[in-house]
Design a protein around this ligand. Structure first.
Ligand code: ATP
Ligand code: MG
Length: 449
């Protein structure tokens, strides 16, 4: 509260606002603090610096400076309202005002439109506290106008409903469904942050079932999943309900804390099913090649949404391998590890656990005759643990011989041939045809010569 105290000691008014207030009322610790003040940003910067607080001018045109107190950033913004949004993305102008209530009125949701001051207490003109008590997401002001001004609010409302476990008030719901097509005009990296936020809440299944119009507007590649009849004895649900079950399933098998790549993979694992569909003479549906195509689509979608590259690569590997046949034996386990290690060096073991989690959730989301496979996977998980304890051999770098040995023993020049020979040795080790033992591998190199 040093920022608030310092500004007030200089004759300005200042409040803590937004997410920190909401989270504090719900008994959680906010991860960042926003302050709103009557001081113009130049004054904010001057007063805080005079008190020895570090200040960065991060968004002067919006009236925002970032103070750093005890190593934590405090975004400090002058009371403001936004003008018209002719492009549904950016307000045409920002106007500074003198009354904090006007500033609160421009905020998106009642639970986000409260201000707190240590001396004056809570300022809650839109009933945010009641909505928290009742678990309700409600737009501030007239919902249709608020969502039309800025379509990102549509996705934010869904993200907060997921994160807080709240329901959306009916008039707000009606307005946000109507405004959802406006998401097409929103910058894709901002959409990516919100989708990531929904996944991080662990409630993507709820969003798929209850807010699919919004998700399909944000991520058009999902649209064909709704109502897609799989015509398969293995599937009791359309691809959308199956996907929702898999999203819920990965949370269930990881105690509600599924890893990020696993969450993305659950959402996108069957995204290419509609385009890969074919029907045989018996009227049964097939989806040949959908994991590979799904991995391509996942790469494209996640790249567009600016998800960072490592998560994209890992999610793609999981999507590509989600139908990989595996057995609960050493050879099959090593092959699975090698494929994952190949796709994402250094991540084979972690991804193998995720892949088994994805397969388990996938089985739970199919028809009842597939449920037993989810239990069978216990044996695969056990085989994986045993293999990992025994010491891994799934990357060329784990071999007990290296490129220099190949060059010396085979008398060849450095170049791509060295890698090829190492990979053939790795394949032999994975297939149990050779032990990963230095002498044995050197003997093999000499023998072939
Ligand atoms: P989080 O915990 O996700 O950071 P937050 O509530 O702090 O939640 P921010 O995106 O950091 O959310 O925004 C801070 C505050 O700014 C919000 O609480 C809300 O009052 C306001 N806000 C943010 N984005 C919008 C928007 N698009 N339209 C209206 N108000 C917004
Ligand atoms: Mg915040």
């Amino acid at each position: 509260m040093r920022v608030v105290d310092t500004l007030e000691a200089s004759g300005y008014e200042a409040w803590v606002v937004g997410g920190w207030v909401r989270d504090a009322l719900m008994g959680c610790r906010g991860h960042d603090i926003d302050v709103t003040t009557s001081a113009p940003w130049q004054e904010t910067a001057r007063v805080l610096r005079a008190a020895g607080i570090e200040v960065h001018e991060t968004g002067a045109q919006h009236g925002t400076v970032t103070a750093v107190v005890d190593g934590l950033p405090v975004e400090t913004t002058t009371y403001r309202v936004e003008g018209a949004y002719s492009d549904r993305r950016h307000p045409d102008e920002v106007r500074f005002v003198t009354d904090v209530r006007e500033d609160l009125a421009r905020r998106d949701l009642t639970v986000n439109a409260m201000a707190y001051h240590p001396g004056r207490g809570l300022l809650d003109p839109f009933g945010g506290q009641d909505d928290i008590a009742c678990g309700v997401i409600r737009a501030v002001g007239e919902p249709a106008r608020r969502f039309e001004e800025d379509a990102l609010r549509v996705l934010r409302a869904v993200r907060f409903a997921c994160r807080l476990g709240f329901v959306i008030e009916p008039a707000t719901q009606e307005a946000l469904t109507a405004a959802a097509p406006g998401l097409a005009d929103i910058a894709s990296e901002r959409i990516g942050q919100e989708i990531d936020g929904i996944l991080a809440s662990g409630r993507m299944a709820w969003a798929l079932r209850h807010e699919f119009d919004v998700l399909a507007a944000a991520l058009p590649e999902l649209a064909p999943l709704r109502g897609f009849d799989q015509r398969s004895p293995y599937h009791a649900y359309d691809v959308l309900e199956h996907t929702a079950r898999v999203c819920a399933g990965v949370e269930a098998v990881s105690g509600g804390c599924a890893a990020r790549p696993l969450r993305w993979a659950a959402l996108l694992h069957d995204v290419a099913k509609p385009s890969a569909f074919s029907m045989d003479d018996g009227g049964r549906g097939h989806f040949f090649g959908h994991p590979e195509e799904g991995a391509r689509v996942a790469g494209r979608v996640m790249g567009r949404l600016a998800v960072e590259r490592q998560t994209v690569r890992e999610a793609q590997a999981l999507v590509r391998l989600h139908d990989l046949p595996i057995k609960a034996d050493v050879r099959s386990t090593r092959k699975m590890l090698a494929k994952l290690e190949d796709a994402c060096p250094g991540r084979g073991a972690a991804l193998a656990h995720m892949l088994i989690g994805l397969k388990r959730a996938d089985a739970l989301g199919k028809a009842p005759n597939c449920l037993a496979y989810a239990v069978d996977l216990d044996a695969h998980e056990a085989a994986l643990r045993t293999e990992l304890e025994r010491g891994k051999t799934c990357a060329v770098s784990d071999l007990k011989v290296g490129g220099a040995d190949v060059i010396r023993e085979r008398c060849i020049e450095p170049g791509p041939g060295v890698g090829l020979i190492l990979r053939s040795l790795l394949a032999a080790v994975i297939n149990d045809e050779l032990p990963n033992d230095r002498e044995a591998l050197l003997a093999e190199l000499r023998y072939d010569d």
